[in-house]
Design a protein around this ligand. Structure first.
Ligand SMILES: [Zn+2]
Length: 324
Protein backbone atom coordinates (compact mmCIF):
# COMPACT_ATOMS: atom_id res chain seq x y z
CA UNK A 1 0.00 0.00 0.00
CA UNK A 2 1.36 3.44 -0.91
CA UNK A 3 2.38 5.34 2.27
CA UNK A 4 0.09 8.22 1.30
CA UNK A 5 -2.89 5.86 1.31
CA UNK A 6 -1.86 4.29 4.61
CA UNK A 7 -1.44 7.66 6.35
CA UNK A 8 -4.45 9.34 4.74
CA UNK A 9 -7.82 9.28 6.48
CA UNK A 10 -9.89 7.01 4.21
CA UNK A 11 -13.65 7.42 4.57
CA UNK A 12 -16.15 5.36 2.54
CA UNK A 13 -19.56 7.02 2.48
CA UNK A 14 -21.70 3.97 1.68
CA UNK A 15 -21.85 0.19 1.85
CA UNK A 16 -24.65 -2.34 2.23
CA UNK A 17 -22.53 -4.86 4.09
CA UNK A 18 -24.95 -5.08 7.04
CA UNK A 19 -27.21 -7.19 4.79
CA UNK A 20 -24.80 -10.06 5.51
CA UNK A 21 -25.44 -9.81 9.26
CA UNK A 22 -29.09 -10.88 8.97
CA UNK A 23 -29.82 -14.40 10.20
CA UNK A 24 -30.46 -16.86 7.36
CA UNK A 25 -28.70 -18.43 4.40
CA UNK A 26 -26.76 -15.26 3.53
CA UNK A 27 -25.34 -14.71 7.02
CA UNK A 28 -21.58 -14.18 6.96
CA UNK A 29 -19.09 -13.65 9.79
CA UNK A 30 -17.66 -10.26 8.85
CA UNK A 31 -14.60 -10.88 11.03
CA UNK A 32 -13.43 -13.30 8.32
CA UNK A 33 -12.17 -12.51 4.83
CA UNK A 34 -15.19 -13.92 2.98
CA UNK A 35 -15.22 -15.69 -0.38
CA UNK A 36 -18.69 -14.23 -0.90
CA UNK A 37 -19.28 -10.54 -0.43
CA UNK A 38 -17.22 -7.46 -1.19
CA UNK A 39 -16.45 -6.02 2.25
CA UNK A 40 -15.60 -7.33 5.73
CA UNK A 41 -13.31 -6.23 8.55
CA UNK A 42 -10.10 -7.81 7.13
CA UNK A 43 -10.81 -6.23 3.74
CA UNK A 44 -11.46 -2.81 5.33
CA UNK A 45 -8.06 -3.07 7.05
CA UNK A 46 -6.38 -4.29 3.84
CA UNK A 47 -7.97 -1.38 1.97
CA UNK A 48 -6.66 1.13 4.51
CA UNK A 49 -10.17 2.34 5.43
CA UNK A 50 -10.45 4.38 8.62
CA UNK A 51 -14.14 5.20 8.63
CA UNK A 52 -17.04 3.40 6.95
CA UNK A 53 -20.70 4.32 6.66
CA UNK A 54 -22.84 1.20 7.18
CA UNK A 55 -26.25 1.74 5.63
CA UNK A 56 -29.36 0.23 7.16
CA UNK A 57 -31.58 -0.56 4.18
CA UNK A 58 -35.26 -0.74 5.17
CA UNK A 59 -36.16 -3.58 2.87
CA UNK A 60 -35.58 -7.01 1.44
CA UNK A 61 -35.20 -6.67 -2.31
CA UNK A 62 -38.04 -4.20 -2.22
CA UNK A 63 -39.21 -2.31 0.86
CA UNK A 64 -40.14 -4.61 3.75
CA UNK A 65 -43.59 -4.88 5.34
CA UNK A 66 -42.10 -3.20 8.40
CA UNK A 67 -39.26 -1.02 7.13
CA UNK A 68 -38.41 0.12 10.68
CA UNK A 69 -37.92 -3.49 11.72
CA UNK A 70 -35.79 -4.23 8.64
CA UNK A 71 -33.54 -1.24 9.39
CA UNK A 72 -33.33 -2.10 13.10
CA UNK A 73 -32.27 -5.67 12.33
CA UNK A 74 -29.32 -4.34 10.31
CA UNK A 75 -28.56 -1.83 13.05
CA UNK A 76 -28.45 -4.71 15.53
CA UNK A 77 -26.10 -6.52 13.15
CA UNK A 78 -23.66 -3.60 13.39
CA UNK A 79 -23.89 -3.52 17.19
CA UNK A 80 -23.29 -7.28 17.35
CA UNK A 81 -20.24 -6.97 15.08
CA UNK A 82 -18.82 -4.13 17.18
CA UNK A 83 -19.26 -6.23 20.33
CA UNK A 84 -17.53 -9.20 18.65
CA UNK A 85 -14.63 -7.11 17.34
CA UNK A 86 -14.19 -4.06 19.61
CA UNK A 87 -10.53 -3.69 18.59
CA UNK A 88 -11.53 -3.46 14.93
CA UNK A 89 -14.73 -1.41 14.86
CA UNK A 90 -16.01 1.50 16.95
CA UNK A 91 -19.16 3.60 16.62
CA UNK A 92 -18.74 7.25 15.59
CA UNK A 93 -21.35 9.49 17.20
CA UNK A 94 -19.47 12.81 17.52
CA UNK A 95 -16.83 14.95 15.90
CA UNK A 96 -14.49 13.97 18.76
CA UNK A 97 -15.05 10.28 17.89
CA UNK A 98 -13.95 11.06 14.32
CA UNK A 99 -10.82 12.80 15.52
CA UNK A 100 -9.88 9.87 17.74
CA UNK A 101 -9.62 7.42 14.81
CA UNK A 102 -6.03 6.36 14.05
CA UNK A 103 -4.49 4.43 11.12
CA UNK A 104 -3.64 1.46 13.37
CA UNK A 105 -6.75 1.67 15.56
CA UNK A 106 -10.32 0.45 15.18
CA UNK A 107 -12.23 1.51 12.08
CA UNK A 108 -14.91 4.11 12.73
CA UNK A 109 -18.44 2.93 11.93
CA UNK A 110 -21.04 5.52 10.99
CA UNK A 111 -24.61 4.33 11.10
CA UNK A 112 -26.63 5.36 8.06
CA UNK A 113 -30.18 4.84 6.85
CA UNK A 114 -30.99 4.28 3.18
CA UNK A 115 -34.58 5.47 2.94
CA UNK A 116 -36.95 7.41 5.20
CA UNK A 117 -39.30 4.41 4.88
CA UNK A 118 -37.74 3.25 8.14
CA UNK A 119 -39.31 6.20 9.97
CA UNK A 120 -42.77 4.88 9.04
CA UNK A 121 -44.09 8.46 8.97
CA UNK A 122 -43.19 9.17 12.62
CA UNK A 123 -40.70 11.93 13.37
CA UNK A 124 -40.24 10.39 16.83
CA UNK A 125 -38.56 7.40 15.16
CA UNK A 126 -35.89 9.74 13.74
CA UNK A 127 -35.12 10.68 17.34
CA UNK A 128 -35.03 6.98 18.31
CA UNK A 129 -32.68 6.10 15.45
CA UNK A 130 -30.54 9.09 16.43
CA UNK A 131 -30.30 7.81 20.02
CA UNK A 132 -29.17 4.47 18.57
CA UNK A 133 -26.38 6.24 16.70
CA UNK A 134 -27.85 7.27 13.32
CA UNK A 135 -25.62 9.96 11.80
CA UNK A 136 -26.38 9.78 8.06
CA UNK A 137 -29.91 9.89 6.70
CA UNK A 138 -30.52 8.92 3.09
CA UNK A 139 -33.99 10.37 2.54
CA UNK A 140 -34.90 8.03 -0.29
CA UNK A 141 -34.19 4.67 -1.73
CA UNK A 142 -35.77 4.29 -5.18
CA UNK A 143 -39.55 4.33 -4.51
CA UNK A 144 -41.83 6.92 -2.91
CA UNK A 145 -41.92 7.17 0.89
CA UNK A 146 -43.69 9.46 3.36
CA UNK A 147 -40.90 12.06 3.08
CA UNK A 148 -40.06 12.19 -0.62
CA UNK A 149 -39.86 10.45 -3.98
CA UNK A 150 -36.94 8.29 -5.07
CA UNK A 151 -35.54 8.35 -8.60
CA UNK A 152 -37.88 5.64 -9.92
CA UNK A 153 -41.02 7.74 -9.29
CA UNK A 154 -42.31 9.81 -12.19
CA UNK A 155 -43.57 13.37 -11.81
CA UNK A 156 -41.89 16.30 -10.19
CA UNK A 157 -42.91 16.21 -6.55
CA UNK A 158 -40.38 17.45 -4.00
CA UNK A 159 -40.40 16.84 -0.25
CA UNK A 160 -43.70 16.29 1.55
CA UNK A 161 -44.48 18.27 4.69
CA UNK A 162 -43.20 15.25 6.63
CA UNK A 163 -40.02 15.34 4.55
CA UNK A 164 -39.52 18.99 5.44
CA UNK A 165 -39.98 18.16 9.09
CA UNK A 166 -37.38 15.35 8.74
CA UNK A 167 -34.81 17.72 7.20
CA UNK A 168 -35.31 20.27 9.99
CA UNK A 169 -35.05 17.58 12.68
CA UNK A 170 -31.92 16.06 11.10
CA UNK A 171 -30.30 19.52 11.03
CA UNK A 172 -31.19 20.06 14.66
CA UNK A 173 -30.07 16.60 15.85
CA UNK A 174 -26.79 16.65 13.94
CA UNK A 175 -27.51 14.00 11.29
CA UNK A 176 -25.97 14.47 7.83
CA UNK A 177 -28.55 14.35 5.01
CA UNK A 178 -27.79 12.16 1.98
CA UNK A 179 -29.49 12.95 -1.35
CA UNK A 180 -28.35 9.88 -3.33
CA UNK A 181 -31.46 8.07 -4.70
CA UNK A 182 -33.60 11.23 -4.27
CA UNK A 183 -35.44 12.65 -7.29
CA UNK A 184 -34.40 16.02 -8.74
CA UNK A 185 -37.18 18.06 -7.12
CA UNK A 186 -36.32 16.50 -3.76
CA UNK A 187 -32.63 17.37 -4.13
CA UNK A 188 -33.62 20.96 -4.90
CA UNK A 189 -35.88 21.13 -1.82
CA UNK A 190 -33.22 19.67 0.47
CA UNK A 191 -30.64 22.17 -0.76
CA UNK A 192 -33.11 25.02 -0.22
CA UNK A 193 -34.11 23.86 3.27
CA UNK A 194 -31.02 22.40 4.89
CA UNK A 195 -29.01 24.73 7.08
CA UNK A 196 -26.11 22.25 7.03
CA UNK A 197 -24.01 20.87 4.17
CA UNK A 198 -25.44 17.71 2.60
CA UNK A 199 -23.83 14.83 0.74
CA UNK A 200 -24.66 12.51 -2.13
CA UNK A 201 -22.97 9.44 -0.67
CA UNK A 202 -22.89 7.23 -3.77
CA UNK A 203 -23.65 8.81 -7.15
CA UNK A 204 -21.74 9.47 -10.35
CA UNK A 205 -21.88 12.02 -13.17
CA UNK A 206 -24.97 12.12 -15.43
CA UNK A 207 -23.09 13.88 -18.23
CA UNK A 208 -20.82 10.82 -18.62
CA UNK A 209 -23.56 8.21 -18.31
CA UNK A 210 -27.27 8.98 -18.40
CA UNK A 211 -28.58 7.01 -15.44
CA UNK A 212 -31.21 8.51 -13.08
CA UNK A 213 -28.98 7.72 -10.07
CA UNK A 214 -26.23 9.95 -11.47
CA UNK A 215 -26.10 13.68 -10.75
CA UNK A 216 -26.23 16.49 -13.29
CA UNK A 217 -23.41 19.02 -13.28
CA UNK A 218 -25.85 21.59 -11.85
CA UNK A 219 -26.66 19.26 -8.93
CA UNK A 220 -22.96 18.55 -8.32
CA UNK A 221 -22.25 22.31 -8.30
CA UNK A 222 -25.18 23.02 -5.97
CA UNK A 223 -24.15 20.34 -3.42
CA UNK A 224 -20.55 21.62 -3.50
CA UNK A 225 -21.71 25.24 -3.33
CA UNK A 226 -23.30 24.57 0.06
CA UNK A 227 -20.17 22.97 1.43
CA UNK A 228 -21.25 19.38 0.76
CA UNK A 229 -19.56 16.39 -0.83
CA UNK A 230 -20.36 14.08 -3.75
CA UNK A 231 -19.18 10.52 -3.17
CA UNK A 232 -18.10 8.95 -6.46
CA UNK A 233 -19.24 5.35 -6.52
CA UNK A 234 -17.90 2.05 -7.84
CA UNK A 235 -21.36 0.89 -9.05
CA UNK A 236 -20.96 -0.57 -12.56
CA UNK A 237 -24.57 0.14 -13.54
CA UNK A 238 -23.92 3.89 -13.25
CA UNK A 239 -21.08 3.68 -15.78
CA UNK A 240 -22.21 1.53 -18.73
CA UNK A 241 -25.36 0.04 -20.26
CA UNK A 242 -23.74 -3.39 -19.94
CA UNK A 243 -22.64 -3.24 -16.33
CA UNK A 244 -20.28 -6.18 -16.77
CA UNK A 245 -18.23 -4.04 -19.17
CA UNK A 246 -17.59 -1.23 -16.68
CA UNK A 247 -13.94 -0.78 -15.76
CA UNK A 248 -11.72 0.99 -13.27
CA UNK A 249 -10.95 3.59 -15.98
CA UNK A 250 -14.68 4.33 -16.26
CA UNK A 251 -14.77 4.95 -12.51
CA UNK A 252 -11.75 7.25 -12.73
CA UNK A 253 -13.45 9.23 -15.52
CA UNK A 254 -16.47 9.84 -13.24
CA UNK A 255 -14.21 10.74 -10.32
CA UNK A 256 -12.17 13.21 -12.41
CA UNK A 257 -15.31 14.80 -13.82
CA UNK A 258 -16.77 15.27 -10.34
CA UNK A 259 -13.46 16.80 -9.19
CA UNK A 260 -13.62 19.23 -12.15
CA UNK A 261 -17.21 20.28 -11.47
CA UNK A 262 -17.39 20.21 -7.66
CA UNK A 263 -13.82 21.29 -6.96
CA UNK A 264 -11.33 19.08 -5.11
CA UNK A 265 -12.71 19.96 -1.65
CA UNK A 266 -16.16 18.56 -2.40
CA UNK A 267 -15.47 15.04 -3.62
CA UNK A 268 -15.35 11.78 -1.70
CA UNK A 269 -15.85 8.04 -2.17
CA UNK A 270 -18.96 5.92 -1.64
CA UNK A 271 -18.20 2.39 -2.79
CA UNK A 272 -21.66 0.76 -2.46
CA UNK A 273 -19.86 -2.52 -1.72
CA UNK A 274 -22.31 -5.35 -1.04
CA UNK A 275 -25.07 -3.27 -2.62
CA UNK A 276 -24.36 -3.58 -6.34
CA UNK A 277 -22.23 -5.01 -9.11
CA UNK A 278 -18.92 -3.17 -8.88
CA UNK A 279 -16.81 -2.11 -11.87
CA UNK A 280 -13.89 -4.34 -12.83
CA UNK A 281 -10.73 -3.56 -10.91
CA UNK A 282 -12.43 -2.43 -7.69
CA UNK A 283 -14.35 -5.66 -7.02
CA UNK A 284 -13.82 -5.70 -3.26
CA UNK A 285 -12.61 -3.60 -0.36
CA UNK A 286 -8.90 -4.39 -0.48
CA UNK A 287 -8.77 -2.48 -3.80
CA UNK A 288 -9.21 1.05 -2.37
CA UNK A 289 -5.45 1.81 -2.58
CA UNK A 290 -5.69 1.57 -6.39
CA UNK A 291 -7.67 4.84 -6.36
CA UNK A 292 -4.81 6.60 -4.56
CA UNK A 293 -2.26 5.18 -7.01
CA UNK A 294 -4.36 6.31 -9.98
CA UNK A 295 -4.80 9.84 -8.58
CA UNK A 296 -1.03 10.06 -7.94
CA UNK A 297 -0.25 8.95 -11.47
CA UNK A 298 -2.64 11.59 -12.81
CA UNK A 299 -0.62 14.24 -10.97
CA UNK A 300 -3.10 15.32 -8.29
CA UNK A 301 -1.53 16.94 -5.23
CA UNK A 302 -1.24 15.12 -1.93
CA UNK A 303 -3.71 17.57 -0.36
CA UNK A 304 -6.28 16.94 -3.07
CA UNK A 305 -5.86 13.17 -2.79
CA UNK A 306 -6.23 13.24 0.99
CA UNK A 307 -9.37 15.32 0.58
CA UNK A 308 -10.94 12.86 -1.86
CA UNK A 309 -9.94 9.80 0.18
CA UNK A 310 -11.66 11.08 3.28
CA UNK A 311 -10.82 14.53 4.61
CA UNK A 312 -13.70 16.14 2.70
CA UNK A 313 -16.30 13.76 4.12
CA UNK A 314 -14.69 14.06 7.55
CA UNK A 315 -15.07 17.86 7.34
CA UNK A 316 -18.80 17.62 6.60
CA UNK A 317 -19.43 15.12 9.40
CA UNK A 318 -17.41 17.28 11.81
CA UNK A 319 -19.55 20.28 10.88
CA UNK A 320 -22.83 18.45 11.33
CA UNK A 321 -22.32 15.89 14.11
CA UNK A 322 -22.44 16.96 17.74
CA UNK A 323 -18.90 18.05 18.70
CA UNK A 324 -18.72 15.51 21.54
ZN1 LIG B 1 -27.92 2.86 -2.73
Amino acid sequence: MHPLHYHAFVFDGHCDTLAWTLPGPFYRDLRQWGQAGQLDLPRLHAGGVNCQVFACFPGEGRIAASPASAALQRLEGLYTLMAQAPDHLTLVRTGADLDRLRPDGPIGAILGLEGAEALEGAISLLHTFHRLGLRLLGLAWNPRNAACDGIEVGGNYGLTSFGREVVAAANQLGIVIDVSHLNAAGVEDVLALSRRPVIASHSNARVLFDHPRNLTDAQIRAIAGQGGVVGATFVAEFMRADKYEATFDDFMAHLEHIIDIAGPDHVGLGSDYDGATICRGLESGERYPLVTEALLSLGYSETTIRGILGENLRRVFRQVLPAG
